[in-house]
Design a protein around this ligand. Structure first.
Ligand SMILES: Nc1nc2c(ncn2[C@@H]2O[C@H](COP(=O)(O)OP(=O)(O)O)[C@@H](O)[C@H]2O)c(=O)[nH]1
Ligand SMILES: [Mg+2]
Length: 230
């Protein structure tokens, strides 16, 4: 199928939303053409603008750019009526919305982040403000509770899960183990299975990330951030 595909056989994709949210800009970006006039004057798009194109992997489609659903005035009411008529011949509706650019976002808020550079980032990566980056480290000291049947042996490779990533890690030194009854530090070369409460205190330079440095936060800092009241 190509440009000559009759309109009726094309998947009709309507672009809907308030005035000035970027419906026409989105259409121009998808088609890589100046199909619709883009302007910061609300109500620039009046009559629905149609643009047939091949949209892989969908095939032949017909984009329909519309006037804002919040248009005003007598003419605005007519434009809204024309937009509503497009609903009826739309197979797929795209609702375009924008809250504008935000200076900052808070935890739990859904946002779109546009990066200036093309970076290879994925799920689990930490994105931080340039002026306030988290500490990173390729080593850290930690109390470990060892639950495996086999003892933990320094120098051996182990999997370490950091967020969504699994990396290769090794314990380079065991400072001491902790007696589960007396809490006393005891000399130890390996960590044995002693049930749930087998705690070892590892101090100094210890789990080494083989792959790369990772962001770290101390338990105290993490608690303080999560539970500021306590
Ligand atoms: N900051 C920002 N501005 C945008 C974006 N998309 C469009 N604009 C601007 O918003 C204004 C309205 O865009 P337009 O496509 O005409 O919106 P429409 O009324 O929904 O068709 C124009 O000045 C665009 O340059 C975007 O993603 N971010
Ligand atoms: Mg428009």
């Amino acid at each position: 199928m190509n440009q000559s595909t009759p309109k009726g056989l094309r998947l009709h994709i309507g672009l809907f939303g308030r005035r000035n949210v970027g419906k026409s800009s989105l259409l121009n970006a998808v088609t890589r053409q100046q199909v619709a006039i883009v302007s910061n004057v609300a109500g620039t798009t009046t009559d629905p603008v149609e643009k047939p194109m091949e949209l892989l992997p969908l095939g032949p489609v017909l984009f329909i750019d519309t006037a804002g659903v919040d248009d005003v005035g007598a003419l605005g009411a007519m434009r809204i009526a024309r937009t509503r008529a497009v609903f009826d011949r739309t197979d797929l509706g795209i609702i375009v919305s924008a809250d504008g650019d935000l200076p900052q976002a808070v935890s739990g808020q859904a946002i779109t982040l546009t990066l200036a550079d093309e970076l290879d980032i994925s799920r689990g990566d930490v994105i931080a403000a340039a002026h306030n980056p988290p500490e990173t480290a390729d080593q850290f000291a930690a109390h470990l509770v060892w639950l495996d049947e086999a003892e933990l042996i320094p120098g051996r490779g182990y999997w370490l899960k950091i967020g969504t990533r699994t990396v290769n890690a090794t314990v380079t030194e065991i400072k001491h183990r902790i007696d589960i009854n007396s809490q006393e530090p005891l000399a130890a070369k390996t960590l044995q299975d002693m049930g749930m409460t087998n705690v070892a205190h590892i101090d100094g330079g210890f789990a080494e990330w083989v792959k790369q440095a990772a962001p770290v936060e101390t338990y105290e800092a993490h608690r303080a951030r999560r539970h500021p009241a306590r």
